[in-house]
Design a protein around this ligand. Sequence first.
Ligand code: PEP
Length: 257
Amino acid sequence: MIGSKFIVANFKMNKTVHEAEEFLKNLVLNGKKWNLEVIICPTFLCLERALNICHKSGIKIGAQNCYFEKNGAFTGEVSAFMLSSVGAEYVILGHSERRTYFFETDDIINKKVISALENNLKPIICVGETEFERENGTEKEKIKSQIDFALKGAEPEQLDKVIIAYEPIWAIGTGKVVDYDDARKMFLFIKNHLVFRYGKNLADKIKLLYGGSINENNVKELLGIENIDGGLIGGASLDFSRFMSILNQAENSDKGE
Ligand code: PEP
């Protein structure tokens, strides 16, 4: 592990193979050794090229989804086993877009998490409440239940591979950022829940990210909040100069500069 903070770029269904390749070559050519864990998640189509380009650069590559069966008659799916076999290190699971548009349930997400862990992939598990749930004051209940479901059956020794990304659904791609004090309370709640469930030593091994309209203007404040170990970035990761600015500021987020 290099630095303490994690920055994950989720390209979603954006960038052709050629565009992603150019972005990654620029990132690697930049030559900077980030004091961060930088993880880029392009489409499945780019994974192998991305891994080749970033090999030895310290930049890590992740997928945006996987299927829980190892292989078989599951047309259109890509398994955790297959991702692992090409050298991917991370996989985003349970993103709200997967839950909403592809009807992924907590049970499906749990199976994917277990399969990822069994195949030595580090799952970045997304959890988050809707605007309605927040207005009704049920957001903490929702987050707790999504976390508990996702981690059902995970072995204690696998927890150091687990990353939880708290992404309020109403903040994803909307430009609405969580209130910093609300974020502080939510991350404290998540941390306390993990400590209650697993004990402090194991809970501290699970990294916690914030996601939802992070940009170059708010990343430093967000990453400076207690118990936030990094950020998951969608829209603002697509533009090279904005992403570079985010990386530079994330590096300094502990320093209070
Ligand atoms: C995301 O899709 O996980 C995300 C956080 O997107 P955005 O940064 O665009 O809100």
